[in-house]
Write a protein of this length. Structure first.
Length: 100
């Protein structure tokens, strides 16, 4: 039997509400709070989350790009938001919100 230390087990989760709000503001050309945390750690037993399976593409978005997106210039931000990997994350968040 393997014992797991609950304090070591944590997951990096997308905060869907913040992610989708940030996306809405970007599309509307409005100011986005750069301090808003799009990614958060879920390290407790009460955080609700969904695991979404996907195919990897050549146009994935990495952790640093998601975190630093609003600090990038408009050209670089546009390039990242148009990648298949970013669109996959966006559509997954939209679907998860619809499904509750």
């Amino acid at each position: 039997m393997v014992e797991i230390d609950e304090h070591v087990c944590s997951m990096l989760l997308i905060n869907m509400e913040v992610f989708l709000e940030r996306e809405r503001l970007i599309k509307e050309g409005k100011r986005v709070d750069r301090r808003a945390k799009v990614l958060k750690f879920g390290d407790d037993k009460v955080t609700e989350y969904a695991i979404l399976s996907h195919w990897w593409t050549e146009q994935e978005v990495d952790y640093n790009e998601v975190v630093k997106l609003m600090k990038m210039d408009k050209k670089e931000r546009t390039e990242i938001c148009q990648r298949d990997g970013y669109q996959k994350i966006l559509q997954s968040c939209e679907q998860a919100m619809k499904d509750g």
